[in-house]
Design a binder for this molecule. Structure first.
Ligand SMILES: Nc1ncnc2c1ncn2[C@@H]1O[C@H](COP(=O)(O)OP(=O)(O)OP(=O)(O)O)[C@@H](O)[C@H]1O
Ligand SMILES: CC(=O)N[C@H]1[C@@H]2OC[C@@H](O2)[C@@H](O)[C@@H]1O[C@H](C)C(=O)O
Length: 402
């Protein structure tokens, strides 16, 4: 037998596995690195996050990735070279973390690498007809494996698309295994560049759980903060938006897109929720002269409205029962956004995933480590027969280090 297969077999049979989960999201702020210790799989999964770091991207890295990010027209050669370049950059970040943590690469069983999404194209957002759902992440897994010497799983979203999904949100898989609680309805709300959530019914019924994107998270806030306040990369704690007055006509124009009325589960990205989207809504609502702080106030309300509408929709049948919301992602640090959510969702109690034992900034990196643990040691049957958006499949392509 190929010794690589023997090694994989041995890792799958270990009572505990050390897996590094890597996530670099739509905000392009850096690489989240979570060193996790797993035992078990499926509903018996136990995970302990031993170390976590966000390694910030240098300005040059952000600039290079932005050149090919969420754009219809790009330099194709640049995309081609960024595919290994991003992988090698992230591999070196992993090796630097391991050195700092005094852990040898040989002590890590596997890396679960999300890569960098450069374009997300569910059918509902494509301009051409007749093509399948599609999504593209760069940061090649073979380069990660060879540079680090660690078995690597990568490119998780393609199997989801191949099995009928849109390639996202994958959060449902990890949230279900790690955070379900009998007797308590929970929403795991992640506010990154795009906002998404998983609904976990207290009944634990597999046919009631789902994950969905709900609209923009920080992506538009970041873009317009950077445009109007060039020294800032984001609106810290919502301080700028707090100085402005939201425009109701612009808010309504922003909410007019069919994405908001579409059924769950659904996905989106900065391809749709771009600065051009906001500029068009400003034209339609005669609000092009809005002062920057009013614009940021409106965009904060817009982010909140997408989330609030979606939470209400979870309970469309009647009065919303009490539900516990567990927040994660950078948006949870935006005090203004959080206060709007709390005001508009009085039936919810607000917590963070830290209350469930996972640091909110680490949650998505832990998700990919969990997906890798399932692919290596689990069984896709943990997700029943599979439903729309939750096909019962093992995700991640395997790259051997040698
Ligand atoms: N103190 C803060 N106040 C306001 N916003 C903040 C604060 N801290 C972080 N953020 C926001 O969080 C963003 C980063 O969020 P996060 O790292 O969750 O995004 P991501 O992982 O790239 O996104 P995605 O989940 O869409 O892939 C920043 O760009 C910023 O907008
Ligand atoms: C295509 C893509 O990269 N989507 C991301 C993005 O960031 C948030 C939201 O949009 C979510 O759908 C997804 O990531 C998380 C980790 C997910 O798949 O659950």
């Amino acid at each position: 037998m190929n010794p690589n297969l023997q090694h994989l077999f041995a890792v799958a049979q270990k009572p505990e596995r050390r897996i590094i989960g890597l996530m670099s999201g739509t905000s392009l702020d850096g690489l989240d690195v979570a060193l996790c210790r797993f035992s078990g799989h499926g509903m018996a999964t136990k995970v302990q996050v031993e170390r976590f770091a966000t390694v910030p991207y240098a300005a040059e890295v952000k600039e290079q990735v932005r050149e090919v990010f969420a754009k219809s027209h790009i330099d194709f050669e640049l995309l081609c070279v960024l595919n290994p370049w991003v992988a090698l950059l992230q591999a070196d970040m992993v090796l630097a973390c391991l050195r700092e943590w005094n852990i040898a690469p040989t002590e890590v069983d596997c890396i679960a690498s999300h890569g960098q999404t450069v374009f997300h194209a569910p059918r509902s957002q494509q301009v051409r007809a007749g093509f399948p759902n599609a999504t593209l992440q760069i940061g090649d897994g073979d380069h990660m494996a060879v540079r680090t010497g660690i078995l690597t799983l990568s490119d998780f979203r393609q199997k989801h698309v191949a099995a009928g999904g849109e390639g996202a949100p994958l959060a449902v898989y990890g949230d279900y295994l790690l955070f379900s609680k009998a007797g308590q309805d929970r929403i795991l709300l992640n506010m990154g560049g795009i906002a998404n959530f998983t609904f976990l019914p207290g009944s634990l019924a597999l046919d009631a759980i789902f994950s969905t994107d709900v609209g923009p998270g920080n992506t538009l806030l970041d873009a317009f903060t950077q445009r109007h306040f060039p020294s800032k990369s984001y609106d810290e704690n919502g301080a700028l938006a707090s100085q402005g007055q939201a425009s109701e006509p612009l808010l309504q124009a922003l909410l007019a897109h069919p994405f908001f009325a579409a059924e769950f589960p659904k996905t989106t990205g900065p391809e749709l929720f771009s600065p051009a989207y906001v500029e068009q809504a400003q034209q339609r609502s005669n609000t092009t002269a809005l002062p920057p702080t009013d614009l940021l106030a409106t965009l904060t309300q817009f982010t909140a409205a997408g989330i609030v509408q979606a939470v209400h929709r979870c309970f469309a049948a009647g009065t919303a029962p009490a539900v516990a919301i567990y927040a994660s992602g950078g948006g949870m640090h935006n005090a203004l956004l959080m206060s709007i959510l709390q005001k508009q969702l009085p039936m919810c109690t607000f917590h963070t995933t830290a209350d469930l034992g996972i640091h909110p900034d680490a949650k998505e990196a832990v998700l990919f480590a969990t997906l890798a643990n399932e692919s290596i040691a689990g069984d896709p049957a943990a997700f029943g027969q599979g439903r729309a958006g939750i096909p019962a499949v093992s995700m991640g392509k395997i790259s051997f280090a040698h």
